[in-house]
Design a protein around this ligand. Structure first.
Ligand code: ATP
Ligand code: ZN
Length: 285
């Protein structure tokens, strides 16, 4: 049987979450320190540990069939790949920043600026779209110090909390791209490998869904059951079980994280008691 080859970041911001995702998909392998490659014991999968910048090329060439990498890297490298799914971790944004004390009214203020970045492809596309003429200085690391040493007037770099910008005396003025980790695939996988990708994707989706949803149990007075059922959509519809105490029922359902607190409030307003909320490990619809 063929093995699917997946490339993930060897060591960096995406490594831990990538490994965790594979584990949560029930895939088990030893990843000893400094290993370049590992084989799963219970899924036809080989895992390659690489620098994130190299992953798009390896997947395009078919050295790896699929890979986990930031969208920012996918767009910057601009290889011939298929983006299969967003993975919900490694969230960050690629932003333009300038020294804190400089005035900034609009993007036009960047006309004629020297901008330091390691994302010249994405940045030049952004500047073109906004009709800005600026000079791009491609540098590979420590972009945030460029204005301080007189190398540039602005930078275009990844930001998550903004604290690195702040400590370097910079302020964020434009968001160029919002990014998260994605699963990319080679465009010419054969049927057998595509089947394995689909199998993996099915598991990934079950894990993702479980993270966005909670299992909820509560006691409800029977006279309010209709209203409570309307508040709780559930996967199909809620489960209702009679309590030993007549006039009361136990209601079980699944709620989405985004609507969670709203729903809890409405349930309480309608007489729900003893509300329990439990994490879901996997969710198959
Ligand atoms: P490598 O050694 O593999 O080349 P790297 O130093 O280029 O690693 P990391 O800093 O580990 O890369 O970031 C990997 C990815 O994590 C980024 O490309 C981006 O998609 C994501 N990421 C999330 N938050 C941030 C952040 N605050 N700063 C930088 N990257 C972030
Ligand atoms: Zn990198």
């Amino acid at each position: 049987m063929k093995k699917l080859k997946i490339a993930i970041q060897k060591s960096g911001r995406l490594s831990e979450s990538s490994l965790k995702l594979l584990k949560e998909c029930g895939i088990d392998f030893d990843n000893g320190l400094n290993k370049l490659k590992a084989e799963a014991n219970n899924f036809p999968l080989e895992v390659f540990f690489l620098r994130d910048d190299d992953i798009p090329q390896y997947v395009e060439d078919g050295v790896a069939d699929i890979g986990i990498v930031g969208e920012n890297v996918v767009l910057e490298k601009d290889k011939n790949l298929k983006t299969v799914d967003k993975l919900g971790f490694g969230k960050c944004r690629l932003s333009l920043a300038i020294p804190k004390d400089k005035k900034y009214k609009s993007i036009k203020d960047l006309n004629g600026a020297r901008i330091a970045t390691s994302y010249s492809t994405i940045l030049s596309g952004f500047l073109k779209k906004n009709k800005i003429k600026a000079e791009i200085h491609e540098i590979s690391g420590s972009v945030e110090i460029a204005p301080g040493i007189g190398l540039a007037d602005a930078i275009c770099d990844l930001v998550s909390s903004g604290s690195t910008l702040f400590t370097n005396g910079l302020k964020e003025v434009e968001v160029v791209l919002k990014s998260e980790a994605v699963l990319v695939s080679n465009k010419n996988l054969d049927k057998e490998k595509q089947k394995l990708v689909d199998k993996l994707l099915f598991r990934i989706n079950a894990v993702k869904r479980s993270k966005n949803n909670k299992y909820i149990l509560l006691n409800a007075p029977n006279k309010n059951l209709d209203k409570i059922i309307k508040i709780l959509p559930g996967m199909k519809s809620p489960t209702i079980l009679p309590l030993a105490d007549k006039g009361w029922s136990s209601v079980h359902s699944v709620v989405n994280e985004n609507e969670f607190w709203d729903i809890i409030e409405k349930l309480k307003d309608n007489g729900a008691q003893g509300i329990l909320v439990v994490p879901i490990e996997k969710m198959i619809v």
